[in-house]
Ligand binder design. Sequence first.
Ligand SMILES: [Zn+2]
Ligand SMILES: [Zn+2]
Length: 212
Amino acid sequence: MPIVETFSVGLLQCNCTILGDPVSKQALVVDPGDEVGKVLAALEKHGLRCHAILNTHTHIDHVGANDALKAATGARLMLHEADLPLYDSLQVQSEWMGGILPPPARAEVDEHVHQGDRVAAGDLVAEVLHTPGHTPGSLCFHVETGGGLLLSGDTLFAGSIGRTDLWGGDYDQEIESIRKRLLGLDDRTRVIPGHGPETTIGRERRRNPFLV
Ligand SMILES: [Zn+2]
Ligand SMILES: [Zn+2]
């Protein structure tokens, strides 16, 4: 069973998730949005080494601690290239929000990941699902072991979906991404969104007002 730990970081309470392989002690950190101290403490608690940093997308609240975490661990940073324009605009994103989140340092991207790619940390494997709509490069990460787990970023929330009124957002594309890439997963798949409480694929298929 993989080690899974989720905690919220930063002013906008982005869910940061650590996926760890209990044997090799390698870990993937998804969306270190802020508060690198919290991320490092969680890694240390489980005796894990951060092998790679993954961003579900490059909104400022999901990438804020990329640089600090990379500097502290030497991990490789991976995201989808369609979100690079957004990642290159952290100053502008900060201004959109009236400056409540100061622009973070922009960590160098080491690898672009795409639909169907598999990112491994020891025996733990996260499959990359490209789900444009919230942003052009939005990704979800699916782990098959341990009953099935989906990190859905800001694409799918418990009872809702991500907003599409920001730069690069597209409502129809988002609905299509969810139907094509997510709703085909097993009903029991545990879903940890980018914000708020967790849910399951079955519950969202039956009750999410945007999908029924
Ligand atoms: Zn977002
Ligand atoms: Zn967000």
